[in-house]
Design a protein around this ligand. Structure first.
Ligand code: PLP
Length: 354
């Protein structure tokens, strides 16, 4: 794949590290590639960051045909920049495309585009503690047609956002609320695809939780509202007694790269990890009798987010005295160590941008 590069003539200046926030500042360039049935994927280009142009009838605006990814580029102590398991993101992007009937990408081209974008905007990869360049590849249909006729035109775009550590106050436990009314996804639906529509379906419950002071919701399964699924945009893990328990991938849960990595780490430390159905009643019982030692979320944006309090049906359960637990802290230290190149990567998870 040949990528045509047009550099900006008016480069921006990156704000100071403590003013970056998360996902609100963007680099100088973006990657775009077009798809049509006749030409396949074509016209790969990196151009100055700016508005996209497509028809108001573009089907993504009416029928929600959009999928996305989220990964980061990290500045290592030696100044080099590296990615973390980017192959997994590319594979998941194609799985999401398949689910929504969007055209798939050549995995090598999709990865080459991510790498080239980071290379072109390399100076935007921050070096301050916990900061990184968040990379957002996304793909959507642009067919200018309101009839339901499948996808014949699409765009693959990559934008990048230098971001501060997700939790600016450090690894402080957050309170979350178990959602008992709305559901995010059902088996056979789009829960395991990373698509914008899943987030639209989650908005109302998220707003309700925020209004009550909770940082996010914990979703239950869409059929019986009986089994724990995941957080708003993160997977969840628990330490119950001596075991690490995380909901199994039933088809309605997003298969997170951070989840997969945290499971691998725990197993490498000799811990007992169970991927299984986790009834909310069991979790609440464990929270009530104290056998729930730790609870935490895992996802690329925050890496690890300790859960200090669970609310279920109006009752509040504090976890580990609202303090970060030892396994949560250990996973955080090891993962961030590998991601930022401070610790040896014995798993082969990282990939340096040359
Ligand atoms: C992206 C995402 C996650 C976390 O996946 P990572 O690959 O670890 O970043 C979890 N749940 C949902 C709903 C997501 O969209």
């Amino acid at each position: 794949m040949e990528i045509k590069i047009t550099k900006t003539t008016s480069p921006k200046i990156m704000p100071p590290a403590d003013k970056l926030g998360f996902g609100s500042v963007f680099t100088d360039h973006m990657f775009i590639m077009d798809y049509s049935d006749e030409k396949g994927w074509h016209d790969a280009r990196i151009v100055p960051y700016g508005p996209l142009s497509f028809d108001p009838a573009a089907s993504v605006l009416h029928y929600g045909t959009e999928v996305f990814e989220g990964l980061k580029a990290y500045r290592r102590p030696d100044g080099k920049v590296q990615l973390f398991r980017p192959w997994d993101n590319v594979e998941r992007l194609n799985n999401s495309c398949a689910r929504l009937g969007l055209p798939k990408l050549d995995p090598e081209d999709a990865l080459a585009a991510i790498k080239k974008m980071v290379e072109v905007d390399e100076s935007w990869v921050p070096s301050s503690d916990g900061a990184s360049l968040y990379i957002r590849p996304f793909l959507f249909s642009t067919d200018p047609n309101l009839s339901l006729h499948g996808v014949h035109k699409a765009m693959y775009v990559i934008i990048c956002s230098p971001s501060q550590a997700y939790f600016s106050t450090g690894l402080k436990p957050v309170p979350i609320m178990v959602e008992t009314e709305d559901v995010r996804a059902v088996r056979g639906g789009t829960g395991e695809a990373k698509c914008g529509g899943n987030y639209a379906a989650a908005n109302r419950a998220g707003d309700r939780a925020n209004e009550k002071g909770y940082s996010q919701v914990l979703w239950l399964d869409g059929v019986e509202r009986r089994y724990v699924e995941e957080g708003g945009g993160m997977n969840v893990m628990f330490r119950i007694g001596d075991k690490i328990v995380t909901p199994m991938l039933t088809g309605s849960i997003l298969p997170g790269v951070t989840r997969r990595s945290a499971i691998a780490l725990c197993k490498s430390w000799g811990m007992d990890v169970e991927e299984r159905l986790l009834p909310i009643d069991e979790l609440i019982q464990a929270a009530a009798d104290g056998s729930l030692k730790e609870a935490w979320c895992v996802g690329t944006a925050a890496v690890v987010g300790p859960i200090g309090l669970l609310e279920y049906k109006g009752v509040k359960y504090e976890i580990n005295n609202n303090e970060i637990g030892e396994v949560t802290q250990r996973i955080y230290d090891e993962l961030t160590g590998i991601q930022w190149g401070r610790k040896e990567d014995t798993f082969g998870w990282t990939c340096v941008i040359e």
